[in-house]
Ligand binder design. Structure first.
Ligand code: ACO
Length: 434
C-alpha cells in the first residue's frame, strides 16, 4: 500500500492520484513519473521552473531566505573556516575531512595536478586570441583522450580517479590557457603549495621570476572557489548530469558543463559585469543604464543582478562584498573607479521600485569580477575561474547521479507545435519548381 500523501489531478471527469514526497528541507515534490502512462499527458515546464530533475543530498538552497548550504553547512561558515580542498572532500564524500583524511586528500589531489605533456600540443593548436573558455571546453573534454584508465563509469575506483583528476588538473589547464594567450611559457605545478597558491603561481610565475603568493590573495582565491563550488541543479550542473545520464565519460561531461557555464546568463555574467561597469564608465551615467534595464524594448539587463532561485540577497554576494574590501585594502587600492560605480549601482538598484518588486538583488558575480580584477586576473579568465571551482560540484553531482539506482537517461518530452503530416508532390513537379 502506498503510504505517501497523494496529489489528485483531474482531467475532464477522470481523477488521478500521484504520490507526494518530502525531502529533509525544501518544497515537497509530486511524483509525476507515471503521468504519461496513466493519463497520456506530458507536463510543460520550460526552464524547469517547477521541476525537480533528481534527488540529491549535496546542496540545499532556500532562495527566499537567501540560504545556501553544502551537505548541511552554511556557505558563509564554510568560506570562513575551511579551505577549498576540505570543501571538495565534503561535496564528494558528504563529510569534512578529519586531519588524516585531509592529509590524504590534499596529497592525492596534489599528485594529479600535472597534465599529460602531450596536452600542450593540443593547446598550441588554438589561435592565441581564442577566448580561454573556448580552449577550456576542448581541453577538459580532451582529458578523456589521455586518461583511459578512468573512463569506466561502472568502476567506482575509476570514477573516483576521474574525480581527483578533474579537480586537480582544472587549475593547471586554466593557467596554461592564460599563459598561452599572453605568449609566456607554461609553468608546472609546484607540489609544495596549496591548491589556491599553486593556481596563482602557475598564472603569475615565469621561468625567470618566482612569484611570491600573498596569503591574502590565496585566502581570497580559496573563498571564491568555495563560494562557487556547487549550486544544486543549475544549468551547467544539469548539463553535466544530462550528458552523464547517457553513460558518457566524466571528462566529456565536464566539457559539456563548461560550455553551459560560459553563457552570460550563467557563469559568463562575472565577465559581463566588468564589461558593463566599464561601459557605464562614470557614476553619473548610472540612471541611464537603470532606465535601459527597465525598458522592455531594450535587451539590456543589469549584469550581476537577479537570480533564478534567490529572491533575496545572494548569500555568496554577502561574503564577497566583505572579501572585496579586504583584498582592495591589502592591495592598497583606495580609488577603484569600477568599485565606486558598482557600489552606487547596487545602492540605486536596491532602492528602485522595479528591482525591489522583482526581488532583483546582486548575485555572486557582481563582486567576484572586481576581486579578480584587483588580483590581476584578466577579464576573459573570470569564467574559467568559476569553472575550476564548479568542477568540484560537477564531479560530486555526476558521481551521485551514477550511483543513484533510480538514474535513467535524461530525455525530456515536448509540446510539438510544427507542421502536421504532409507529403511531397510528384518528382516531376518538384524538379520544375526548382
Ligand atoms: N536586469 C533587469 N531586469 C531583470 C534582470 C536584470 N538583471 N533580471 C531579471 N529581470 C527582470 C525580467 O525582465 C523580468 O521582468 P518582467 O517580470 O517584467 O518580465 C523579471 O525580472 C524576472 O526575470 P526572469 O528572466 O523571468 O528571471 P529568470 O529567473 O528567468 O532569470 C537570470 C534569472 C537569468 C539570472 C536573470 O536575472 C539575468 O539575466 N540576470 C543577469 C545575468 C546574471 O547576472 N547572471 C548570473 C546569474 S548567477 C550565476 O549564474 C552564478
Amino acid at each position: 500500500m502506498n503510504t505517501h500523501p497523494q496529489a489528485t489531478l483531474q482531467i475532464k471527469d477522470k481523477k488521478y492520484d500521484f504520490p507526494i514526497y518530502n525531502g529533509t528541507e525544501g518544497p515537497d515534490v509530486i511524483d509525476i513519473s507515471a503521468l504519461y502512462k496513466e493519463t497520456g499527458h506530458f507536463t510543460y515546464d520550460p526552464g524547469f521552473l517547477s521541476t525537480a530533475s533528481c534527488e540529491s543530498s549535496i546542496t540545499y538552497i532556500d532562495g527566499d531566505a537567501g540560504i545556501l548550504r553544502y551537505r548541511g553547512y552554511n556557505i558563509d561558515e564554510l568560506a570562513e573556516k575551511c579551505d577549498f580542498l576540505s570543501v571538495c572532500h565534503l561535496l564528494l564524500y558528504g563529510e569534512l575531512p578529519n586531519e588524516e583524511q585531509s592529509e590524504w586528500f590534499n596529497r592525492t589531489i596534489t599528485l594529479h595536478t600535472m597534465v599529460h605533456e602531450q596536452l600542450q600540443f593540443m593547446l598550441r593548436g588554438f589561435p592565441r586570441r581564442s577566448h580561454p573558455m573556448a580552449v577550456m571546453v576542448g581541453a577538459s573534454a580532451s582529458l578523456s583522450a589521455f586518461y583511459h584508465d578512468s573512463l569506466d563509469i561502472n568502476d567506482p575506483d575509476q570514477r573516483e580517479l576521474a574525480a581527483f583528476r578533474m579537480i586537480a588538473k582544472m587549475p593547471t589547464l586554466a593557467a596554461m590557457c592564460y599563459k598561452y594567450s599572453i605568449g609566456q611559457p607554461f609553468i608546472y605545478p609546484n607540489n609544495e603549495l596549496s591548491f589556491s597558491e599553486n593556481f596563482l603561481h602557475m598564472m603569475f610565475a615565469t621561468p625567470c621570476e618566482k612569484y611570491k603568493v600573498s596569503p591574502t590573495m590565496a585566502q581570497a582565491m580559496d573563498k571564491l572557489l568555495i563560494l562557487h563550488a556547487d549550486h544544486e541543479q543549475n544549468a551547467s550542473t544539469s548539463t553535466v548530469r544530462l550528458a552523464g545520464s547517457s553513460g558518457a565519460n566524466p571528462f566529456a561531461c565536464i566539457g559539456a558543463g563548461i560550455a553551459s557555464l560560459w553563457g552570460p546568463a550563467h557563469g559568463g555574467a562575472n565577465e559581463a559585469v566588468i564589461l558593463m561597469l566599464r561601459e557605464i564608465g562614470h557614476k553619473s551615467r548610472i540612471p541611464e543604464f537603470i532606465a535601459r534595464a527597465k525598458d522592455k524594448d531594450d535587451p539590456f539587463r543589469l549584469m550581476g543582478f537577479g537570480h533564478r532561485v534567490y529572491k533575496n540577497y545572494d548569500p555568496r554576494a554577502k561574503v564577497l562584498r566583505e572579501t572585496c574590501n579586504q583584498v582592495l585594502d591589502e592591495l592598497g587600492i583606495r580609488d577603484e573607479p569600477l568599485l565606486e560605480i558598482a557600489m552606487e549601482l547596487e545602492r540605486i538598484a536596491l532602492e528602485d521600485e522595479y528591482f525591489v518588486q522583482r526581488k532583483l538583488y546582486p548575485n555572486v558575480d557582481f563582486y567576484s569580477g572586481i576581486i579578480y580584477r584587483a588580483m590581476g586576473i584578466p577579464t576573459k579568465m573570470f569564467t574559467v575561474l568559476f569553472a575550476i571551482a564548479r568542477t568540484a560540484g560537477w564531479v560530486a553531482q555526476w558521481k551521485e547521479m551514477i550511483e543513484d539506482p533510480k538514474q535513467k537517461i535524461g530525455r525530456p518530452r515536448q509540446l510539438y507545435n510544427g507542421a502536421t503530416e504532409r507529403h511531397l508532390g510528384s518528382k516531376k513537379k518538384m524538379r520544375k519548381s526548382a
